[in-house]
Design a protein around this ligand. Structure first.
Ligand code: FA5
Length: 400
């Protein structure tokens, strides 16, 4: 019948326990003697054929499995089906990592080739039955729990659902992207510059010598004698012109810092600088470019006005105003009755600036402009207070 030379018994058996071996304990063995197997285990010693052994083994195993089955049925009937946790505890007791059935299955490794299929079949059948019973119990427990909840609290199915909260892009981000899109389409290169500039790039090279009154408005956040948090993006023009020859078409966007704080002025805000340098560049081209830009930002009806002004690095210089978006140019409280709102400064590049970066002012001319992104966002969305843009207040930001 093909039994191996040694019959492996699942525990150290005593005479009395032979009918009821605990199947998952480790082995002892009996030796072969003239076609018979000698059981030599603990205090029991006797001769047995292999078939004789199986005759003991199979009923003992079956009896253990059916005892476990009865035990499970009893415990299942005692489990509180109103408590999902009780069902889970029962599952763990039988099918968990150290569960009774799991243990039984683990013990199979110690069985002989003849014992294993007989035993495995029975244990697996029991396992499937236990699994199914627990699944059914779980469903019942979940249903009972829900019924219990429903009977305690009132469920108002007419209440609105909770819904999902979707994020949105920041209005300043949107404007920044639109500006980049507009100028990149016109062939402008995009630069970001740097937040910290030396005195030379932020002031001196832009024709703002030390102690000159034009510095006063921006003489602000110094990190050292020579390093300053940039007060405008115009310094990027200088870096750009130092490293490239005309023709030049570039914009530079980024944060700038000033000691400034009221409803329309913030200590940190974003600017966009623009620079064009080539032969025969004129103020008329500057006007045309910015008029198109204003229409792109504020719609086709937006009008632009160039108001004479002063910047040390442009000559002539102008402030760029757009018709008030609140009253469409009629005059209101927001535009202080003028019908116009300022968004930036501009002008033709001062020849002194070209001298500072080694570009021949006799051969080349250029225009430059710089405007505030926060100001544009305020105008476009009718935002009354500039600090709202950086307050991180979700109720405010959700509107965009
Ligand atoms: C300048 O900063 C110049 N560098 C602009 C320039 C560039 C002129 C190139 C000529 C040629 P101004 O200080 O005016 O200019 O600032 C430009 C724009 O930045 C203003 O029109 C406004 O839109 C915005 N701005 C200025 N200060 C603040 C502030 N504290 N908070 C928010 N926006 C501001």
């Amino acid at each position: 019948m093909g039994v191996s030379e040694y019959i492996y018994v699942s525990m150290t058996l005593s005479r009395q326990s032979l009918d009821m071996p605990c199947l998952h304990r480790k082995l002892s063995c009996c030796t072969l003697s003239n076609g018979h197997y000698v059981l030599n285990i603990d205090n029991f010693s006797g001769k047995l054929t292999a078939q004789g052994w199986l005759n003991y083994y199979i009923p003992a195993m079956q009896s253990q499995i059916s005892q476990l089955q009865e035990q499970f049925q009893r415990e299942l009937s005692e489990t509180d089906l109103n408590e999902e946790q009780s069902v889970e505890n029962l599952r763990l007791k039988y099918l968990g990592k150290k569960g009774l059935l799991t243990d039984l299955l683990k013990g199979m490794g110690a069985l002989s080739a003849e014992e294993r299929p007989v035993f495995g079949k029975q244990v697996n059948e029991l396992k499937a039955a236990v699994l199914e019973a627990i699944e059914q119990a779980k469903e019942k427990a979940a249903l009972n729990a829900m019924n219990k909840k429903l009977s305690i609290g009132k469920l108002d199915i007419s209440l609105p659902g909770e819904g999902y909260r979707y994020g949105s892009t920041h209005p300043l981000y949107d404007i920044r992207e639109e500006i980049i899109d507009f100028f990149a389409n016109m062939g402008f290169h995009v630069d970001l510059g740097r937040d910290i500039e030396t005195d030379w790039y932020n002031f001196e090279a832009l024709n703002m010598p030390k102690d000159h009154p034009s510095r006063d408005m921006q003489d602000t956040f110094y990190l050292s004698q020579n390093a300053v948090l940039r007060t405008h993006t115009s310094g990027t023009q200088i870096h750009y012109m130092e490293n490239r020859k005309p023709p030049i078409r570039m914009i530079a966007l980024g944060h700038v810092f000033r000691v400034d704080a009221d409803a329309t002025h913030a200590p940190m805000f974003q600017q966009c600088e623009g620079l064009v340098v080539d032969e025969n560049i004129t103020f008329a081209q500057l006007k045309g470019t910015l008029a198109m830009f204003a229409q792109k930002l504020f719609g086709e009806n937006a009008k632009t006005r160039f108001r004479p002004s002063f910047f040390p690095f442009t000559e002539p210089s102008a402030e760029l105003d757009v018709s008030c978006v609140f009253c469409e140019g009629k005059g209101c409280r927001k535009c202080k009755g003028t019908g116009w709102m300022e968004i930036g400064g501009c002008g033709s590049v001062d020849p002194a600036v070209f001298d500072n970066v080694g570009i021949d002012p006799e051969k080349y001319t250029g225009f430059a402009f710089g405007f505030g992104l926060d100001r544009i966002a305020m105008l476009r969305h009718h935002i009354p207070e500039i600090s709202l843009l950086t307050s991180n207040d979700q109720r405010f930001l959700e509107q965009f």
